[in-house]
Design a protein around this ligand. Sequence first.
Ligand code: ZN
Length: 219
Amino acid sequence: MNQKAVVVFSGGQDSTTCLFWALERFEEVVAVTFDYGQRHRLEIECAQRIAKELGVEHHILDMGLLSQLAPNALTRDDIPVQSGTNGNLPSTFVEGRNLLFFSFAAVLAKVKDFHHLVVGVSQTDFSGYPDCRNDFIKSLNVTLNLAMDYPFEIHTPMMWLDKAQVWAMADTMGKLSYIRENTLTCYKGVMGDGCGECPSCRLRRQGLERYLSEKEETQ
Ligand code: ZN
């Protein structure tokens, strides 16, 4: 297997940390971002800017079909962002998203003859998203290898990390400030530390506060 990787990259905290992680490990890295009609075009601009700053080849693929099929709070103004209650998934969940995105990323990887895929999914803070689970990734890896008769290896460096540990990983690579200031995780489209109120900002901020306080204690 060659040491070349495609990173599925949204410009958010997790996938940007993954991009740095991949750049430390692989001899060649390209990033792929999916345009599925996100309400916040800033998300795509943010990914573009980071890829450019890091000198990474960046592909933006049109996945508009996804929001046509599965209306959700990330693509539609009239659907509010709500946390999941009573066993329901949050309104930000997009049916089939990771299955489709990772499959298209694999097609790109094979066309380029890259064996590795890096994705920033985590089962720890997964909000019940079924396509962030380790079982799904393992199963998809087998399916992709069979579908294209090609030895892919899917890497999930964040699978068992919580948000505080993702910040720790960024800090270990010397990228905490860069990721804090230049990524977009907020559902309302506010860069960096975000709006502070949406579920995504709360998770990100709580993780950062926990990591920083733990770091202080050990110093
Ligand atoms: Zn927010």
